[in-house]
Design a protein around this ligand. Sequence first.
Ligand code: GDP
Ligand code: MG
Length: 708
Amino acid sequence: MTKKTIALLGNQNSGKTTLFNALTGANQYVGNWPGVTVDRVVGTISKKDWSVVDLPGLYSLSPYSAEEIVSRNYLIKGAYDVVVNVVDATHLERGLSLTLELLSFGEKTVVALNMMDKAKEQNIEIDVKALENKLGCPVVAISAATGDGIDALYEAIENASTPKKLNLYPKVMEDAITTIADKLSGDKQSIKEFIATALLQRDKLYVKEFNNENLQIELVAQRANVERELDDDVESVIATYRYKFVDSLVKEAVKRPSKVGKTLTNRIDDVVTNTYLAIPIFLVVVYVVYYLAVSTIGTWATDYANDVVFGEWATNAAASLLEGSPQWLSGLVIDGIIGGVGAVLGFVPQMIVFFLMLAFLEQCGYMTRVAFVLDRIFRHFGLSGRCLIPMVVASGCGVPALMNAKSIDNINERRITLITTTFVPCSAKLPILAMIAAAFFPESTFVAPGVYLLAIISIFATAFILKKQAAFREDVSPFVMELPDYHLPKLSNVLMSTYERCLHFIKKAGTIIFSTVVVIWFLSSFGFGEEGFGMVEVSDSMLAAFGTAVAFIFAPLGFASWQCAVAIITGLLAKENVVGTLAVLLGLGEVAEDDVSLGAALHGEFSTDAAALAFLAFNLFSTPCIAALGAMRRQLASGKMFAFACVYMLVWAYAMGIIIYQLGGLIAGQVAFGPGTIAAIAVLAVILYFIFKKEKAKSNLRIEARSI
Ligand code: GDP
Ligand code: MG
């Protein structure tokens, strides 16, 4: 038995990851919306000593999205032995077009006809032999979810051979392909022909790579030739003949039940994506999720964790363990580590509840519908419904949200989404909200909805402003949103996804937040006192000195104390720090965010309600925590763009703060008219100017050499 590498390729949602898990026994995250596998994942089949690579889904080898490019590059590099093309048997037409492209590549290929269990359920009969004959490569019927057919798949992989060339196109087109291929260097005819086909279709990546003049002239000539003879452009010719081939193949090999009534999915969609009902239904779903995660079960569990587990058990245990140890050590452990990290871990129960529901909604297929429905609204702001998914995820944690944004096909939308997603208040920001609400607006219920509304306004305003800028107007290709069938998610998949997301959060608490807490504790406990450098009261600490030096920046926002400045700085590292830092700096130690003594102390910090709200707004909209920034940097894939994003967020946060304090305060009669008012009006005017600025018409100067 030789060692082999197997590449899994196929449409999104065809079941590649499920097959990968079935082959390797690994637990990759499986989702029921496009784009869950964003990078390639490698595993081993211990039974066979083979390695297997799970690649992002793709619809065609003329890729549009970043993840499709990942897959194509992998294919081209050729560091594998056999391609296993995973095709969803219940959506054959969609999958086989990619199969044709893969076969044209000329590498050993096996088609794994997946979801046969579902096909059977829907009474779809597939003549596997007929498919095999027509495609000229082995086709194996499998069900990745149940494990049926996996052994036959192993056998087919073992015996895979190079596929024979399919002559799909009319002679003039085939000739054009071979003519161009002959002009390319390289020793594999099939790959040369593949590149030739791509070049004829004006594939951007290849055109850039092979921009020599001779070749370009030949391309123009060949395209013109095809167009003259077939009276259609090259792209349409290729698409049409591929489609014809697939169509005849499906007609021959597939028997569908003659009386097709409405499937369950169609019937559910009649209600869920109904013009009038869709949005109310979505709002009800969101309400239920938040009711369970934030108002009831999640909060009970989190309160228990905070008050009992960390507030009593851990603190008491540490106190008795550390009896007799120096004061700084018990200070570090109890106030610093247990207080700080505990405050974060206390959130885990709430996140479990939230992520469980989110995983269910994702995997049953509902989230894709939501994206589809909201597309109508998002379009107006230069975004698509697809951008909603990261934003929903961000209400739990920004890190998985930003990672998810990678699979938004349209680069402009992806960038805008990456920059705006963390405006959504994540679970770590909620304690700041709770603290301000409890201290300043105990009777009113508008603060929380108001904050979400402001977040939504910030996202749309930002999208509106950015979409007009040149950097966010790159050429993009249209894309089609897939609506997968509804199905009941597997419990193990829901648990797996919840587990991974929580783990991410806990890791963050264990690393970044842990170190921040220690550093902040050190800076706030040490300084130059009367006896030189040593442990001092907070007010004499290094942190206080730094806070004092920068506090003036926030004076126009209505608060200028060093404590607030320090809380904001620690918040830039992780938003979980804000409440704890303030409580410690105000001399209260570990208290809950809605504690009465904290509320009283805050009234001393913020002379007006408006200032407290400005503080809240600045914390919500400024740059997210370090972990999220790391994810953002990676996904934006451009240092310049990332720097812009950071500056933009800080400026936006400051702008919201100054508008709320100066203008909100003025209206409420808490702040007098003055230079600050004028500054705030100017800021508001600039924002409105950018929002209403006319979009410059896109230049149409790009001339393509289409005809001679
Ligand atoms: P990928 O995007 O190609 O990686 O697809 P996934 O592996 O994430 O699977 C997409 C959805 O199809 C998931 O909800 C899977 O549970 C489901 N699925 C995958 N394979 C099968 C199968 O053989 N039968 C059935 N009924 N469902 C499957
Ligand atoms: Mg996958």
